[in-house]
Design a protein around this ligand. Structure first.
Ligand SMILES: Cc1cc2nc3c(=O)[nH]c(=O)nc-3n(C[C@H](O)[C@H](O)[C@H](O)COP(=O)(O)O)c2cc1C
Length: 484
């Protein structure tokens, strides 16, 4: 935004509580955040700090934070950063922060986001990320990207048109001279957030290769968006069984209405067929999801070895169909994958297993061995607890298997359908895990919701390189409750 006379104004940022959060001060000085009815303790603070943080209802200027200031200023800084760490703040940005005059509102998508502006100067060229997109959300225009740790509600149409101009490389010095230029800080926020990136002068080709590492190059736009928006950790939308349309649209019926043609009854044929009584049929019919486990009788290491050997161990075999040239015999896991990519890896969070220390392990399916990975005990506990809450149970699974994908294995070959193939592969491996658990009289349950940010923090592997796409809780079944 250029003020009259052509002088650029500075963008001011202020933090405010996101819509679903309010703060309460308790008699003992404790400040508590109430999030959708849940209370989170933030610590004890002075009356003066409480007075100052009440500004978070409308907007507390970030420039007023003074970590090196007096005791109240320090407390306010601690509290604001604690709220940011929990992802409970959003940030207003404008040239005057009176209500209704925001240029944009930044909504963090990853806990811990803090607005920063990348260093830019007039000679730099920048371009929009190929993953960034603008769309209407209710009555706001939002700029989002699966690579970004925040989204931008853009309130000023002129700023939105500058974003659109970044579809081609732009030199900042030239952009700056244009009417309605939204300011260097605006561009700095976009670059810091990976909505835009610095590029070479006038670069027109090879832009896909200029952004990020090779693992990012391999992703199609829709696949990365699907991955990040259908998991937890990199967006702030509601996720899971929230019944968003309950009460408005009836659920489609469990049973599909029959087609009108005359039915050919297959049942009488079963009695005489050679397949009658096959063990696989018995196994398939006995398979069931088990969510309660008996920790007094944990799975043993020998049992786990047998479970992994049967369900996921790579063994010498010849892949069918395509002939030896395409798929020479080799070590392959015992399930099908699109294009024989074998991109899936198993990671085990072991809560309790007789003969195996509690910890986090990678399963090396070729060596049939577990490789320990050092992770903080708190994180392991949280991971197991999250799994039990997703299953709606009290006790954590004895072993939580995370199915992770090395995305590039599939995306290197397939255009458009790489991620959908991966999810189909997960379904096939999951059925192996279910059937092996059933055959061994163990209990298991698939878990659909995974947190990709936690996995990245736990393993240090970028979320776009290798990440969770499914989970399976495993344990020895709790005894059935006696029915009276
Ligand atoms: C892809 C997938 C995701 C699932 N996610 C969950 C989950 O997050 N929590 C849960 O308790 N059960 C989960 N389940 C288990 C289903 O609820 C279960 O399969 C279904 O209720 C049918 O019961 P059955 O498996 O005993 O036949 C999942 C199953 C599948 C196949």
């Amino acid at each position: 935004m250029r003020a009259p006379g052509g002088r650029s104004q500075r963008l001011s940022l202020s933090a405010r509580l996101s819509g679903r959060v309010r703060l309460e001060a308790h008699g003992n000085g404790a400040i508590v955040a109430i999030i959708d009815g849940y209370a989170v303790e933030l610590g004890a603070f002075s009356q003066a700090a409480w007075g100052a943080v009440r500004e978070l209802a409308t907007g507390l200027p970030l420039a007023s934070l003074a970590p090196e200031g007096g005791s109240t200023a320090k407390e306010v800084d601690v509290l604001v950063r604690r709220l940011a760490g929990l992802g409970l703040l959003e940030y207003r940005a404008g040239y005057s922060l009176k209500s209704g005059e925001d240029l944009l509102v930044i909504e963090p998508q990853v806990a811990g986001y803090w607005p920063q502006t990348a260093e830019l100067n007039g000679a730099d060229w920048i371009i929009l990320s190929r993953f960034a997109y603008m769309h209407r959300r209710e009555t706001a225009m939002v700029l989002e990207s699966p690579c970004a740790s925040a989204l931008f509600q853009i309130h000023d149409p002129k700023a939105a048109s500058f974003v659109a101009m970044l579809s081609a490389p732009q030199q900042i010095g030239k952009l700056r001279k244009q009417e309605g230029f939204p300011g260097m800080e605006f561009l700095g926020l976009l670059v810091d957030c990976k909505m835009a990136f610095k590029t070479q002068e006038g670069a027109r080709s090879g832009l896909r290769w200029a952004e990020g590492d090779n693992d990012l190059v391999l992703w199609d736009f829709h696949d990365l968006l699907f991955h990040t928006r259908s998991t937890e950790g990199r967006h702030a939308n509601a996720v899971g069984g929230t019944y968003p349309h309950g009460g408005m649209i009836p659920q489609p019926p469990a049973e599909r209405p029959s087609w009108p043609g005359e039915k050919i009854d297959l049942c009488p044929l079963l009695k005489s067929g050679p397949e009658a009584g096959l063990p696989i049929v018995k196994l398939l019919r006995e398979r069931v999801s088990i969510r309660a486990f008996d920790d007094r009788r944990p799975v043993t290491l020998a049992g786990l070895s047998q479970f992994l050997d049967g369900s996921a161990r790579a063994v010498m075999r010849k892949l069918g169909g395509k002939g030896d040239k395409d798929f020479p015999p080799g070590l392959f896991p015992p399930y099908a994958t699109g294009g024989a990519s074998y991109e899936l890896e198993l990671y085990l969070a072991v809560g309790v297993c007789e003969g195996l220390p509690r910890g986090f392990y990678h399963y090396d399916c070729r060596a049939h061995a577990l490789v320990p990975i050092e992770v903080p005990a708190q994180e392991l506990k949280a991971m197991l607890e999250r799994a039990s809450s997703t299953m709606g149970t009290q006790a954590a699974p004895q072993i939580l298997i995370t199915i992770a994908a090395r995305f590039g294995r599939v995306a290197w070959k397939y255009s458009a359908l790489a991620y959908s193939l991966i999810l189909k592969d997960v379904g096939i491996l999951t059925q192996n895990l279910y059937l092996m658990a059933t055959a061994m009289d163990l209990g298991g349950c698939a878990i659909g919701l995974v947190n990709i940010d936690n996995f990245e923090k736990l393993t240090g592997i970028g979320f776009h390189t290798e990440g969770p796409v499914g989970q399976f809780a495993l344990g020895r079944c709790a005894p059935l409750k006696e029915t009276s």
